[in-house]
Design a protein around this ligand. Sequence first.
Ligand SMILES: Nc1nc2c(ncn2[C@@H]2O[C@H](COP(=O)(O)OP(=O)(O)OP(=O)(O)O)[C@@H](O)[C@H]2O)c(=O)[nH]1
Ligand SMILES: [Mg+2]
Ligand SMILES: [Zn+2]
Length: 321
Amino acid sequence: MALNRRQKWRAEKVQAERIARANKASEKAESEANSDGEEQKGRVVTRYGQRQLVESSNGELFQCTSRRNIDLSVAGDEVIFQPTDNDNGIVTALLPRKSELKRQEKLIAANVDQLWLVVAAEPKYQLDLIDRYLVVAENANLPIAIIVNKIELLDDLKDLHKDFLVYQNLGYELHFISVKDRLYLDDLKQQLADKTHIFLGQSGVGKSSLINELIPDLNIRVNEISEKSKLGKHTTTNTCIYKIASGGDLIDSPGIREFQLDNLSTKDILNGFIEFQPLLGHCRFRNCQHINEPNCAIKVALESGDIHPYRYNSYLRLIES
Ligand SMILES: Nc1nc2c(ncn2[C@@H]2O[C@H](COP(=O)(O)OP(=O)(O)OP(=O)(O)O)[C@@H](O)[C@H]2O)c(=O)[nH]1
Ligand SMILES: [Mg+2]
Ligand SMILES: [Zn+2]
């Protein structure tokens, strides 16, 4: 519904007031910054609105605003900041990023080394959704591994292993675990012992529970999934980075719901199927869509069994949606 003139005027006024307030706050913070602590390096733990929580090298937390000319930071960002009073401060510089993780054009984390796609026995994983997440993950150009959680709920793991064989054959590392019963966590722990890791996946699969388990003194709020709906409850609201005592860093992020899934371009989709990569450019037509064109390298690979029919159908579904 279009806003009428009066509503529009009101919205603009509110917006202008908001900007004026934010500018005033940064001016105040800036003048305080000039009279206070030394500039130091820190890392952004989480951001909320115009503020961010910055961790200093000795682990102290500061609530910071940013100097006006500085881009918004996200969890994982390295910054220069200046403490003002007590536990407040002002960010004066944003250091260059090693990597940026974006969803729907929105930056969600910085300086991530490894991406983990988390799925679960309940809410039950959907393979086409996994393919969709993998496309997003592949487009971030980061190493990806898959965690299947809550396996203690299954009587028989045979079907599970069969379902995930296609991913194993594609070279994705797989971990079948139960956070609840602490099954098969040791391997995982070792791999998380250094570098920065982010956990992505549907709401309710146990991302926060896993981080809680890996960082025992952490109090991430974990809610029970509503028994009836069998739908994940949206518990984590902010992307947040946590340090493991042994050295690595773990980033918890809010679960993705189906309606929030990224709009993927044809290029992203093609980029997202790792088994397609060596074949691209080998079709008869340069602009081949790999649907029903003659002499299509992808279709040839499909027919010879080098591309799994399931994955090819996922590709078709994504390209046609
Ligand atoms: N049965 C079982 N339940 C688990 C396991 N791990 C986590 N849960 C439960 O699953 C529910 C959701 O866990 P969370 O850790 O909040 O899930 P999340 O992925 O962080 O969800 P969002 O923050 O909404 O994205 C909680 O009730 C957990 O107790 C497990 O291994 N087995
Ligand atoms: Mg969570
Ligand atoms: Zn083709």
